[in-house]
Ligand binder design. Structure first.
Ligand code: 5BU
Length: 248
Protein backbone atom coordinates (compact mmCIF):
# COMPACT_ATOMS: atom_id res chain seq x y z
CA UNK A 1 0.00 0.00 0.00
CA UNK A 2 2.86 2.41 0.79
CA UNK A 3 4.31 1.81 -2.69
CA UNK A 4 0.86 2.33 -4.21
CA UNK A 5 0.38 5.64 -2.36
CA UNK A 6 3.85 6.86 -3.33
CA UNK A 7 3.25 5.87 -6.98
CA UNK A 8 -0.01 7.83 -7.10
CA UNK A 9 1.71 10.84 -5.50
CA UNK A 10 4.44 10.79 -8.18
CA UNK A 11 2.12 10.10 -11.07
CA UNK A 12 -0.39 12.81 -10.18
CA UNK A 13 2.18 15.16 -8.64
CA UNK A 14 -0.15 15.36 -5.68
CA UNK A 15 0.26 14.67 -1.99
CA UNK A 16 -3.12 16.22 -1.30
CA UNK A 17 -5.86 14.38 0.57
CA UNK A 18 -9.18 16.20 0.66
CA UNK A 19 -11.53 15.73 3.62
CA UNK A 20 -15.02 15.74 2.08
CA UNK A 21 -16.97 16.47 5.26
CA UNK A 22 -20.39 16.96 3.71
CA UNK A 23 -23.50 15.42 5.20
CA UNK A 24 -25.12 14.47 1.88
CA UNK A 25 -23.78 11.69 -0.36
CA UNK A 26 -24.35 13.63 -3.56
CA UNK A 27 -22.18 16.51 -2.33
CA UNK A 28 -19.29 14.19 -1.49
CA UNK A 29 -19.55 12.46 -4.86
CA UNK A 30 -19.81 15.76 -6.69
CA UNK A 31 -16.70 17.15 -4.95
CA UNK A 32 -14.80 13.89 -5.54
CA UNK A 33 -15.57 14.02 -9.24
CA UNK A 34 -14.60 17.69 -9.55
CA UNK A 35 -11.29 17.49 -7.69
CA UNK A 36 -10.46 13.82 -8.29
CA UNK A 37 -7.60 14.64 -10.66
CA UNK A 38 -5.94 16.91 -8.07
CA UNK A 39 -5.80 14.46 -5.17
CA UNK A 40 -4.02 11.29 -4.16
CA UNK A 41 -6.67 10.49 -1.56
CA UNK A 42 -10.21 11.40 -0.50
CA UNK A 43 -10.99 11.25 3.20
CA UNK A 44 -14.51 10.37 4.30
CA UNK A 45 -16.52 10.39 7.54
CA UNK A 46 -19.18 7.96 6.40
CA UNK A 47 -21.09 8.27 9.70
CA UNK A 48 -21.90 11.96 9.13
CA UNK A 49 -23.88 11.20 5.96
CA UNK A 50 -27.59 11.72 6.53
CA UNK A 51 -28.68 9.86 3.41
CA UNK A 52 -26.18 6.98 3.30
CA UNK A 53 -27.14 3.99 1.18
CA UNK A 54 -24.87 1.15 0.01
CA UNK A 55 -24.88 2.86 -3.35
CA UNK A 56 -22.64 5.61 -1.98
CA UNK A 57 -19.45 3.57 -1.46
CA UNK A 58 -20.05 1.82 -4.81
CA UNK A 59 -20.20 5.15 -6.64
CA UNK A 60 -17.26 6.57 -4.71
CA UNK A 61 -15.21 3.42 -5.41
CA UNK A 62 -15.94 3.78 -9.14
CA UNK A 63 -14.80 7.42 -9.09
CA UNK A 64 -11.67 6.52 -7.11
CA UNK A 65 -10.74 3.80 -9.60
CA UNK A 66 -11.43 6.03 -12.59
CA UNK A 67 -9.59 9.08 -11.25
CA UNK A 68 -6.85 7.14 -9.49
CA UNK A 69 -7.21 8.23 -5.88
CA UNK A 70 -7.51 6.22 -2.68
CA UNK A 71 -10.36 6.30 -0.17
CA UNK A 72 -9.44 6.93 3.46
CA UNK A 73 -12.32 6.40 5.93
CA UNK A 74 -11.43 8.47 9.00
CA UNK A 75 -13.38 6.23 11.41
CA UNK A 76 -10.83 6.45 14.25
CA UNK A 77 -11.62 3.02 15.67
CA UNK A 78 -11.05 2.97 19.43
CA UNK A 79 -12.54 -0.14 21.04
CA UNK A 80 -11.71 -3.73 21.93
CA UNK A 81 -10.71 -6.04 19.09
CA UNK A 82 -14.05 -7.82 18.90
CA UNK A 83 -16.07 -4.60 18.73
CA UNK A 84 -13.88 -2.95 16.09
CA UNK A 85 -14.07 -6.07 13.93
CA UNK A 86 -17.87 -5.65 13.95
CA UNK A 87 -17.64 -1.88 13.32
CA UNK A 88 -15.19 -2.33 10.46
CA UNK A 89 -16.73 -5.32 8.70
CA UNK A 90 -20.42 -4.90 9.50
CA UNK A 91 -23.05 -2.42 10.60
CA UNK A 92 -24.64 -0.52 7.76
CA UNK A 93 -21.39 0.82 6.31
CA UNK A 94 -19.32 -2.34 5.68
CA UNK A 95 -16.20 -0.17 5.65
CA UNK A 96 -13.92 -3.14 4.96
CA UNK A 97 -15.60 -3.58 1.57
CA UNK A 98 -14.55 -0.23 0.13
CA UNK A 99 -11.93 1.70 2.15
CA UNK A 100 -8.30 1.63 1.02
CA UNK A 101 -7.21 3.18 4.31
CA UNK A 102 -8.71 3.34 7.78
CA UNK A 103 -7.37 4.67 11.07
CA UNK A 104 -7.40 3.68 14.72
CA UNK A 105 -6.32 4.87 18.15
CA UNK A 106 -3.41 2.99 19.68
CA UNK A 107 -4.48 3.82 23.25
CA UNK A 108 -6.38 0.54 23.60
CA UNK A 109 -3.36 -1.61 22.76
CA UNK A 110 -2.55 -4.07 19.99
CA UNK A 111 -5.86 -5.97 20.27
CA UNK A 112 -7.41 -3.24 18.13
CA UNK A 113 -5.02 -4.07 15.31
CA UNK A 114 -5.79 -7.80 15.59
CA UNK A 115 -9.53 -7.14 15.62
CA UNK A 116 -9.34 -5.00 12.47
CA UNK A 117 -7.01 -7.48 10.77
CA UNK A 118 -9.45 -10.31 11.42
CA UNK A 119 -12.06 -8.89 9.05
CA UNK A 120 -9.72 -6.95 6.78
CA UNK A 121 -9.93 -7.41 3.03
CA UNK A 122 -7.81 -4.87 1.18
CA UNK A 123 -7.45 -1.93 3.55
CA UNK A 124 -4.34 -0.64 5.28
CA UNK A 125 -4.23 0.96 8.71
CA UNK A 126 -3.06 4.39 9.87
CA UNK A 127 -2.45 4.83 13.61
CA UNK A 128 -3.06 8.13 15.36
CA UNK A 129 0.32 9.11 16.77
CA UNK A 130 -0.89 12.68 17.29
CA UNK A 131 -4.02 14.76 16.72
CA UNK A 132 -4.46 18.40 15.79
CA UNK A 133 -6.89 19.94 18.34
CA UNK A 134 -5.60 22.34 20.98
CA UNK A 135 -5.14 20.80 24.40
CA UNK A 136 -5.04 17.21 23.15
CA UNK A 137 -3.42 14.58 25.36
CA UNK A 138 -1.09 13.05 22.76
CA UNK A 139 2.45 13.47 24.10
CA UNK A 140 5.84 12.37 22.84
CA UNK A 141 5.96 9.13 24.78
CA UNK A 142 2.52 8.12 23.43
CA UNK A 143 3.52 9.03 19.88
CA UNK A 144 6.73 6.98 20.01
CA UNK A 145 4.98 3.98 21.58
CA UNK A 146 2.51 4.20 18.70
CA UNK A 147 5.39 4.07 16.21
CA UNK A 148 6.76 0.97 17.97
CA UNK A 149 3.32 -0.67 17.76
CA UNK A 150 3.20 0.07 14.05
CA UNK A 151 6.63 -1.44 13.54
CA UNK A 152 5.42 -4.66 15.19
CA UNK A 153 2.48 -4.74 12.78
CA UNK A 154 3.97 -3.46 9.57
CA UNK A 155 2.07 -6.08 7.55
CA UNK A 156 -1.05 -3.95 8.13
CA UNK A 157 -0.05 -0.55 9.52
CA UNK A 158 1.28 1.81 6.84
CA UNK A 159 1.45 5.16 8.56
CA UNK A 160 0.50 7.73 11.15
CA UNK A 161 -1.50 10.83 11.68
CA UNK A 162 0.97 13.51 12.77
CA UNK A 163 0.28 17.11 13.73
CA UNK A 164 2.31 20.07 12.59
CA UNK A 165 1.28 21.87 15.73
CA UNK A 166 3.92 20.00 17.73
CA UNK A 167 6.69 19.84 15.13
CA UNK A 168 9.34 18.67 17.59
CA UNK A 169 7.31 15.52 18.35
CA UNK A 170 6.45 15.03 14.68
CA UNK A 171 10.18 15.16 13.84
CA UNK A 172 10.78 12.39 16.38
CA UNK A 173 7.96 10.32 14.89
CA UNK A 174 9.56 10.74 11.46
CA UNK A 175 13.01 9.83 12.79
CA UNK A 176 11.69 6.71 14.55
CA UNK A 177 9.47 5.61 11.66
CA UNK A 178 11.96 6.34 8.87
CA UNK A 179 10.65 6.28 5.32
CA UNK A 180 8.91 2.93 5.83
CA UNK A 181 5.73 4.62 7.00
CA UNK A 182 3.59 7.46 5.69
CA UNK A 183 2.79 10.52 7.77
CA UNK A 184 -0.52 12.23 7.08
CA UNK A 185 -1.12 15.69 8.53
CA UNK A 186 -4.58 17.29 8.92
CA UNK A 187 -5.15 20.84 10.14
CA UNK A 188 -3.91 22.43 6.91
CA UNK A 189 -5.03 25.81 5.58
CA UNK A 190 -3.34 28.43 3.45
CA UNK A 191 -4.91 31.11 5.65
CA UNK A 192 -4.49 29.84 9.16
CA UNK A 193 -7.40 31.32 11.09
CA UNK A 194 -8.91 29.17 13.85
CA UNK A 195 -12.32 27.49 13.57
CA UNK A 196 -13.39 28.47 17.07
CA UNK A 197 -13.58 24.79 18.05
CA UNK A 198 -9.95 24.06 18.83
CA UNK A 199 -8.68 22.97 15.41
CA UNK A 200 -5.09 24.12 14.81
CA UNK A 201 -3.97 25.04 11.30
CA UNK A 202 -0.62 25.11 9.56
CA UNK A 203 0.32 25.76 5.94
CA UNK A 204 1.17 22.97 3.47
CA UNK A 205 4.80 24.18 3.41
CA UNK A 206 5.15 23.94 7.16
CA UNK A 207 3.54 20.50 7.33
CA UNK A 208 5.84 19.08 4.66
CA UNK A 209 8.93 20.70 6.24
CA UNK A 210 7.89 19.11 9.52
CA UNK A 211 7.84 15.66 7.97
CA UNK A 212 4.41 15.04 6.47
CA UNK A 213 4.07 12.97 3.29
CA UNK A 214 0.43 13.85 2.78
CA UNK A 215 -1.51 16.98 3.66
CA UNK A 216 -5.19 16.69 4.58
CA UNK A 217 -7.37 19.69 3.73
CA UNK A 218 -11.06 19.98 4.51
CA UNK A 219 -12.81 23.33 4.83
CA UNK A 220 -9.95 25.17 3.12
CA UNK A 221 -11.15 23.49 -0.08
CA UNK A 222 -14.74 22.33 0.23
CA UNK A 223 -16.00 25.60 1.74
CA UNK A 224 -14.32 27.73 -0.89
CA UNK A 225 -16.33 29.36 -3.67
CA UNK A 226 -14.20 27.55 -6.25
CA UNK A 227 -13.06 24.18 -4.85
CA UNK A 228 -11.38 23.09 -8.11
CA UNK A 229 -8.98 26.02 -8.29
CA UNK A 230 -8.47 25.91 -4.52
CA UNK A 231 -7.59 22.18 -4.72
CA UNK A 232 -5.12 22.99 -7.49
CA UNK A 233 -3.51 25.64 -5.23
CA UNK A 234 -3.13 23.18 -2.34
CA UNK A 235 -1.91 20.45 -4.67
CA UNK A 236 0.79 22.73 -6.09
CA UNK A 237 1.78 24.00 -2.62
CA UNK A 238 2.08 20.45 -1.23
CA UNK A 239 3.89 19.06 -4.26
CA UNK A 240 6.35 21.97 -4.57
CA UNK A 241 7.16 21.79 -0.85
CA UNK A 242 7.77 18.07 -1.17
CA UNK A 243 10.14 18.53 -4.09
CA UNK A 244 11.91 21.32 -2.28
CA UNK A 245 12.43 19.28 0.88
CA UNK A 246 13.60 16.27 -1.20
CA UNK A 247 16.30 18.48 -2.74
CA UNK A 248 17.52 19.90 0.57
P1 5BU B 1 -10.62 20.87 8.26
O1 5BU B 1 -11.92 21.35 7.72
O2 5BU B 1 -9.45 21.03 7.26
O3 5BU B 1 -10.28 21.43 9.61
O4 5BU B 1 -10.86 19.28 8.43
C1 5BU B 1 -9.90 18.41 8.94
C2 5BU B 1 -10.34 16.98 8.74
O5 5BU B 1 -9.34 16.12 9.27
C3 5BU B 1 -11.63 16.62 9.46
O6 5BU B 1 -12.29 15.63 8.69
C4 5BU B 1 -11.16 16.02 10.78
O7 5BU B 1 -12.05 15.04 11.28
C5 5BU B 1 -9.86 15.37 10.38
N1 5BU B 1 -8.85 15.31 11.44
C6 5BU B 1 -8.33 16.42 12.06
O8 5BU B 1 -8.68 17.55 11.74
N2 5BU B 1 -7.38 16.28 13.03
C7 5BU B 1 -6.92 15.07 13.43
O9 5BU B 1 -6.07 14.99 14.31
C8 5BU B 1 -7.46 13.93 12.76
C9 5BU B 1 -8.41 14.08 11.79
BR1 5BU B 1 -6.88 12.24 13.21
Amino acid sequence: MIAKVRAIIQEKESNLCVAADFTKCEKVLDLAEKIGDEICMLKTHVDILEDFTPDFPKKLRALADRQNFLIFEDRKFADIGNTVSLQFGGGIYHISEWADLINAHSIVGEGIIDGLKKVNKNSALILLAQMTPEGNLFDESYALKTVAMAQENSDFVVGFIGSSDRPEVLAKIRAAAGEDFLILTPGIKLSSESDGLGQTYNTPEKAIQNGADIIIVGRGIYESADPISEAEKYRAAGWNSMRKSANE
